[in-house]
Design a protein around this ligand. Structure first.
Ligand code: GRF
Length: 192
């Protein structure tokens, strides 16, 4: 069974969806670690409640990215992690992690990339007046939301939609799509 680590900085609704999919058997995987760079993040409580190991760290207490990523790699290696799953981890992945987990880090982004990379993709889409947006799951490289695309799903934006309505629709897609894609990627990753 594939062993995954979820990296998150915020509310952790994708963490919940992944955890649920594992619990109900639709995702055959073991969630062995949550990595979090914000000690106040809600996802930490959720992970602890679920009995999952958490590695939380304060980036500012390290001299640089290389230093904290070395610690993260050690945590991942100790637990024999097969796949790193970014779920609202608000930080670019650096060369230390990328080199150790080449081709084994994926991310979910709330737009149809390459449109609207970076922060507040939902707000960017609404401001641009697009009628269709969606969700992208992609492999992670050194860029901001730039790695090879694995899967995408679209949603329609109505003129009358509020930000919260669009966000709700996007998140509902994310919560179904991400566990499916993780399952797919794990099968490929494990067969090599
Ligand atoms: C999601 O919308 C994801 O696409 C983006 O960050 C958000 C994380 O939300 N990368 P949550 O913490 O999983 O609720």
């Amino acid at each position: 069974m594939g062993r995954i680590a979820v990296f998150a900085s915020g509310a952790g609704s994708n963490f919940d969806a992944i955890e649920r999919a594992i619990a109900n058997g639709t995702l055959e995987a073991e969630l062995v670690l949550v990595v979090c760079d914000r000690p106040s993040a809600e996802v930490i409580k959720k992970a602890e409640h679920a009995g999952i190991d958490v590695f939380q760290f304060a980036p500012k207490s390290y001299p640089d990215k290389q230093a904290f990523e070395k610690d993260i790699v050690q945590q991942l290696e100790q637990r024999h992690v097969d796949l790193v799953v970014l779920a609202g981890y608000m930080r670019l992945i650096g060369s230390t992690l990328l080199e150790s987990y080449e081709g084994k880090i994926i991310n979910i982004h709330p737009s149809l990339l390459p449109a609207f990379p970076g922060k507040d993709a939902i707000g960017q889409a609404i401001d641009a007046g697009v009628k269709v947006s969606g969700v992208t799951v992609h492999y992670v490289d050194e860029g901001m939301d730039t790695g090879p695309i694995i899967a995408q799903e679209a949603i329609v934006i109505q003129d009358t939609d509020s930000y919260d309505e669009v966000k709700k629709r996007i998140q509902s897609v994310e919560h179904t799509l991400y566990p499916q894609v993780i399952s797919h990627v794990l099968k490929g990753a494990l067969s090599t």
